[in-house]
Design a protein around this ligand. Structure first.
Ligand code: HSE
Length: 325
């Protein structure tokens, strides 16, 4: 168990969920942007709250643990922690969490997942790493449920495991870490807000068999491409015939942007998570930067404020970067 009252500092990466064809099952972590958090544990007296959240950014997110994604994840963590300890009230603990969100909420690159995953990885470190990564994903999914109404792990899993992950099943949870060749990632975040709950509510609940067959082929092709380091296969498999046609109408200039990025040499890409960010994968940094230029030009031409990131796949997931002693 880490020393009581002593702060640790945590870095929680942004993530790109779905990876185009793998709605709710595929995702990867990126090296930039990331959230910064600080955490400590203390002994909890009877009637004291078990979680205190302090926002040190300007997003004004709720601090009530039941309404905050990090809080919801930590409540699930503490429930199992206390069961595991079979603790009496005298040995109960509480967490204090400071959150500096550098991943803008609602941007489509796993902002809520970073808070939830960062909080439970930090809590686990503080109590002596007694839970497995799969357990931490389970706890953190409570944050996603709060944010989007549904438990899904395609942001949480890569945030905690790093790299590319496949969520083969949620109940029971089965996460498979996938290898990947070097991939450069370009992300553009047009400054509009798309709520995940809205982007989910517009989806059709039925899928045509012919579309499902195409999608299965692409998911299997993408996984095979990653495992074989076959860039062309990865590129061909980055196609979504089910979700993207519905969601892309929420994102200005989506089709033109995708076409311009591919013409600049990107392997492919699409909506990051539920949007509005769009990501593209490239074989080299030079191409990833040329793709960024296309994104700038297109959105500047539309007078649409935007941010871009040129980054790589983060292989570490949430990290404890400092112990403040
Ligand atoms: N798989 C999720 C979705 C990711 O696309 O709705 C967003 O949180």
């Amino acid at each position: 168990m880490f020393s009581e009252n002593q702060w640790i500092k945590i870095k929680a990466p942004a993530t790109v969920a779905n990876m185009v064809c793998g709605f709710d099952i595929l995702g990867f972590a990126v090296n930039s942007p990331y959230d910064e958090m600080e955490m400590r544990w203390m002994t909890r007296a009877e009637n004291e709250p078990s979680i205190t959240i302090i926002n040190i950014d300007n997003y004004n997110l709720p601090t009530d643990p039941e309404k905050n994604v990090a809080g919801a994840a930590l409540l699930a963590f503490l429930e199992e922690y206390e069961e595991k300890q079979n603790s009496s009230s005298s040995s109960k603990i509480k967490f204090e969490v400071k959150i500096n969100k550098l991943i803008k909420p609602g941007s489509g690159v796993g902002s809520s997942a970073a808070s939830a995953a960062g909080a439970v990885v930090g809590a686990n470190y503080l109590v002596g790493n007694i839970f497995s990564k799969d357990d931490l994903v389970r706890f953190a999914m409570n944050g996603e449920k709060l944010a989007s109404g549904v438990k899904h792990a395609d942001n949480i899993a890569p945030c905690i495991f790093g790299g590319v992950t496949l969520v083969r099943s949620i109940f029971p949870l089965e996460i498979i870490a996938l290898p990947s060749p070097t991939l450069h990632v370009t992300i553009v975040h047009p400054q509009i807000e798309v709520r995940t709950s809205d982007a989910r509510s517009i989806l059709r609940q039925q899928v045509l068999l012919k579309d499902a067959i195409k999608q299965w082929g692409n998911i299997a092709g993408l996984v095979a491409g990653l495992m074989k380091s076959d860039y062309d296969l990865i590129g061909r498999s980055l196609e979504d015939v089910i979700i993207e046609p519905v969601r892309s109408i929420l994102i200005p200039g989506f089709d033109a942007l995708k076409l311009a990025c591919k013409q600049a040499g990107a392997l492919g890409g699409g909506i990051s998570g539920s949007g509005p960010s769009i990501f593209m994968l490239s074989k080299t940094e030079e191409i990833a930067k040329a793709v960024e230029k296309e994104m700038h030009e297109l959105y500047a031409g539309m007078n649409l404020p935007h941010h871009t990131y040129v980054t790589t796949i983060n292989q570490k997931g949430v990290e404890i970067v400092a112990d403040f002693i």
